[in-house]
Design a protein around this ligand. Structure first.
Ligand code: ZN
Length: 191
């Protein structure tokens, strides 16, 4: 999965995904819902967005939703809305030591029953991925990897691996809900 919020053109993202053998791509721009059309039957286009919850200045990622989720909702309202739409919630970069970074932080522990997964592969140097991993494990949440690619060369930097074959968005969402995912870092970069 990838989450570019940048100028990378969508067609190039799918070209690169196919070249790398990725089976799905999520484009999760900030506060903008994207339903891309995959040009390749091998690569699923996963509808998604990254929502920056205004009250907390915290990012959450929704996959498999049907329409945009408003950033002015409270955290719990937004998480429930994602569930109501049949989507899954992934918390990206939950623990950051930078005050400027939109992180959920310790709130993750309060809302974990409304969360499905934690992304543990942030390329940001100020993000504590080890703490994210151990939180996911203690809360029994799925662990996911994503490139958080803002540049084309970073697509596929980190990926989410699922052992069983996945042939649809719904199967993918079910595998995340069943915690059947592994995060894999393929290339180290520090931003
Ligand atoms: Zn983010």
């Amino acid at each position: 999965m990838n989450s570019p919020d940048s100028s990378i053109r969508v067609k190039r993202i799918f070209d690169k995904a196919l070249e790398l053998g990725l089976r799905g791509v999520a484009i999760t721009d900030h506060n903008e819902f994207t339903v891309a059309n995959s040009p390749f039957s091998e690569v699923l286009a996963i509808p998604g967005m990254e929502i920056c919850i205004e009250e907390l200045h915290a990012d959450i990622i929704a996959l498999g939703i049907k329409k945009a989720v408003k950033p002015e909702l409270s955290l719990k309202e937004a998480l429930r809305e994602i569930r109501r739409q049949g989507g899954v919630v992934i918390v990206p970069h939950p623990f950051s030591s930078s005050h400027n970074y939109p992180s959920l932080g310790e709130k993750l522990f309060e809302v974990a029953d409304l969360v499905d997964a934690v992304d543990i592969t942030s390329p940001q140097a100020h993000v504590n991925n080890r703490k994210a991993r151990s939180a996911a494990e203690s809360l029994r949440l799925a662990k996911t990897g994503s490139s958080d690619a803002h540049r084309e060369q970073d697509i596929g930097r980190a990926v989410t691996v699922i052992q069983r074959p996945v042939n649809s968005i719904n199967e993918l969402l079910d595998r995340i809900r069943a915690r059947e995912t592994k995060a894999k870092l393929l290339k180290q970069i520090n931003l």
